[in-house]
Design a protein around this ligand. Structure first.
Ligand SMILES: Nc1ncnc2c1ncn2[C@@H]1O[C@H](COP(=O)(O)OP(=O)(O)OP(=O)(O)O)[C@@H](O)[C@H]1O
Ligand SMILES: [Mg+2]
Length: 427
């Protein structure tokens, strides 16, 4: 059932068993914003339907009105004209403060309050909604866990004591704390390094598979849009919609030169961003724990007919690759032996991320991790290359089909002309 924005306030619930709110539709109708003194509107007459539980990405050049459009949805900016409906309900004239409690909002550089702890930041909206203290506390822990931060460790820290990526995670936890049906995100990962950004994107995808929120996400980065969007709206100046479609459709069939320009070069390879590690499947790999007695590890390496094992740390996270030869150097401790694991991916990582990870490591595989970085399996270079070949082969067949169609058309035209039916040419 679509949640009504006005009525879905998660009220006190001692049992804690209420159903989670899922997404809500968002309908924008003729939405327009004129800033005072602006010659032209910043956002001009945008009409757009967003489905329940869908992730829609707004991409477009700087200044085209993406942030303005997004902020009109939660009325941080008041529209000059047009209507906004959420979950079928017209919220254009609803009390904006009340509206914003029902819409999560996450922005670049996290927007956390520096004088509040992580827990206080996350508790903000639930407290405003007057949830009972025990429920707020439980929710904070749940949210930290959800975004992959150890509650015990991070609860009492201040934002300045966190890395950029951790701050972004807390920002997302805060936006989701009151379980809003709609989540608005304005370049939330714009300020972190590329590797952290990849991981945050993976986590958002994983979260979304659990939560089914309706997400509107602004980015400059078309690769990011392809990776996380169910649909992408490519916007030109004043937020005029150039194309609003699935990533596949935009990559294979850009509406015009403006969109092609945005897609950029290498559309075929960008499709590597559309396939996920979970789609190609992960495989098991022999593992041992740092806590295992060395003798046991030694026996495992010799007996199983294997050359290498993956050592997991105390929390079950990939730690080191250990080869037979390394055992000589272990000298009673694993600290000096083996090679540290460089990089890991999650099942939501794209093939492109996975390929990058595999290529920077010389083991020919990369560990795949789940919640809190725990080991789940590996994906290897052969599996990845097979997928790349399939993708390129599909492209080649498509191109051949197109070529074939073109030749047939030409032949038909030549035939018609020879028969004297080339009417238009003669007229
Ligand atoms: N408060 C404001 N007053 C006047 N003009 C504004 C205001 N905020 C934004 N604008 C103008 O409206 C237009 C759209 O701005 P907006 O911030 O929505 O763009 P954007 O697409 O988010 O850009 P970017 O990608 O750089 O973040 C710009 O021309 C900007 O200068
Ligand atoms: Mg912006």
């Amino acid at each position: 059932m679509p949640s009504s924005v006005a009525d879905s306030a998660p009220g006190p619930d001692p049992s804690g068993t209420e159903p989670r709110s899922v997404g809500a539709t968002i309908e924008l109708e003729g939405l327009t914003k004129r800033y005072p003194g602006g010659a032209l509107p910043a956002v001009d007459n945008v009409t757009m339907d967003i489905r329940e539980g869908e992730t829609v990405i707004l991409v477009g050049p700087s200044g085209c009105g993406k942030s303005t459009l997004l902020k009109m949805i939660n009325r941080l900016i008041e529209p000059t004209a047009g209507r906004i409906r959420i979950g079928g309900e017209d919220v254009t004239d609803m009390d904006p403060v009340r509206l914003r409690r029902k819409i999560g909002y996450a922005i670049q550089a996290s927007g956390l309050f520096p004088h509040m702890t992580v827990a206080q930041n996350i508790a903000l909206v639930p407290k405003m909604l007057r949830w009972p203290a025990a429920r707020v506390r439980a929710r904070v822990e749940e949210m930290l866990d959800l975004v992959g931060l150890d509650p015990g460790e991070f609860h009492g820290r201040y934002p300045r004591q966190l890395s950029g990526g951790q701050q972004q995670r807390v920002g997302v936890a805060r936006a989701l704390a009151a379980d809003p049906p709609v989540l608005l995100m304005d370049e939330p990962f714009g300020a972190v390094d590329p590797i952290t950004r990849d991981h945050l994107q993976d986590e958002l995808i994983r979260l979304q598979r659990e939560l089914h929120k309706t997400i509107v996400f602004v980015t400059h980065d078309f690769d990011e849009a392809i990776k996380i969007g169910d649909r992408i709206a490519v916007l030109r100046e004043r937020s005029h919609i150039a194309q609003f479609d699935t990533p596949e459709a935009i990559l294979t069939n850009p509406a015009d030169d403006f969109v092609s320009g945005f897609v950029g070069a290498g559309a075929a390879l960008k499709r590597l961003n559309l396939t996920r590690v979970r789609d190609v499947g992960i495989t098991d790999y022999p593992t041992v724990s740092v806590d295992d007695p060395l003798q046991e590890i030694f026996t495992k390496l010799r007996s199983g007919g294997i050359n290498e094992v993956l050592v997991l740390d105390k929390r079950g996270r990939p730690y080191k690759w250990l080869r037979r030869g390394d055992m000589m150097r272990a000298k009673g401790s694993l600290a000096r032996a083996g090679a540290l694991v460089h990089d890991t991916v999650t099942q939501d990582a794209t093939l492109r991320d996975a390929l990058e990870a595999v290529l920077t490591d010389n083991t020919g595989r990369v560990p795949v991790t789940g919640r809190r970085g725990a080991y789940e399996g590996v994906v290897d270079v052969e599996t990845l290359m097979n997928s790349v070949h399939e993708l390129l082969e599909a492209d080649r067949l498509e191109a051949m089909d197109a070529q074939h169609d073109l030749q047939e058309q030409r032949a038909a035209q030549t035939h018609a002309e020879q028969e004297g039916f080339g009417g238009e040419a003669k007229a």
